[in-house]
Design a binder for this molecule. Structure first.
Ligand code: ADP
Length: 278
């Protein structure tokens, strides 16, 4: 749905912009997500991006950070990541201990965009530091130093998660998700994804068409057939192998079929699909 006609952007005040910056990394837009993100940034609202793996969430955030002239601090969350990993800790040095900022604290001080990828993976104690940053207060409590850090202008909290991986233990609590503006992502439409393959890999147009046909056939399979379907990332990888001289069918086996499943019967079924579209 395109709401762009109703979204106007006033000039940006209060946030220092770099005079000359490199061009933002390529991002093919699917709707009006760029404008919506920019409005959220200007309104100092945190953003939650939901979508399957490899559909362009990280590239989108990289693109928007560059477009808005903000430094980007990215943290890939995992099940051992604690609040201290985000905020910082005292390190032992020659004469005693010294405080070392974690990535979230660095972003808060410098007015950067902090992107927490797969935030539901992180330990639950991280919500204690994320909540006051994600609402009007925009403060980061640093328990170990007693500081309460006010986020610099330009700071923005962006988190992503893949609802497909969600389980009872690892959902986002309503009290967390209701602090964010949510953007729903999915694999791009065929003509957009084709353009991405061409731009990202330099593969020829015919191979790009075949990869898109394969993607559509694979995505029609149900969850019983395939736990997780082919992502734009895997398509780009196959296209890059093909562009560097690997025959397309072989590239699809290596980067798609064998990447998606270990089950011999499923490999056989997917191989048949590859042969059918080549
Ligand atoms: P996610 O963060 O959702 O797991 P990524 O942003 O890392 O996925 O996307 C994986 C790759 O797919 C990117 O490196 C890029 O090559 C490609 N890609 C996916 N979507 C887009 C898009 N909309 N525009 C440009 N490249 C894209």
């Amino acid at each position: 749905m395109d709401h762009s006609e109703t979204m106007h952007l006033p000039p940006l005040h209060g946030v220092a912009q770099p005079l000359c910056a490199p061009a933002p990394p390529y991002y093919a837009e699917s709707g009006d997500e760029c404008l919506l993100f920019e409005h959220a940034f200007r309104q100092r609202l945190p953003v939650l991006i939901k979508g399957p793996t490899g559909c362009g969430k990280t590239r989108f955030v990289e693109h928007m950070a560059a477009r808005l002239g903000r430094e980007l601090v990215t943290v890939s969350c995992h099940d051992d990541l604690s609040a201290a990993d985000l905020v910082g800790r005292h390190l032992i040095s020659d004469g005693g201990t010294r405080w070392s900022d974690g990535p979230l604290t660095r972003a808060v001080r410098r007015g950067a965009i902090c992107y927490l990828d797969e935030v539901v993976e992180a330990r639950k104690d991280t919500t204690v530091v994320l909540h006051p940053l994600a609402d009007d207060r925009r403060v980061l409590p640093i328990e170990r130093t007693g500081e309460e850090l006010h986020a610099a202008d330009g700071f923005m909290l962006v988190v992503s998660y893949n609802p497909g991986y969600q389980n009872v233990l690892k959902g986002l609590k309503p009290s967390t998700r209701q602090r964010f503006v949510a953007l729903q992502f999915d694999y791009p439409q065929a003509h957009v994804e084709r353009e991405i393959l061409l731009r990202e890999s330099g593969v020829d147009a015919r191979s790009a068409d075949q990869l898109i046909a394969l993607a559509q056939a694979l995505r029609r399979l149900t969850e019983q057939d395939l736990e997780e379907t082919v992502s734009t990332r895997l398509l780009v990888m196959s296209a890059r192998l093909a562009a560097s001289g690997v025959p397309l069918a072989k590239a699809c086996h290596a980067a798609i079929v064998d990447a998606l499943t270990d089950d011999a019967e499923t490999v056989q079924a997917l191989s048949t699909l590859v042969t059918a579209v080549m």
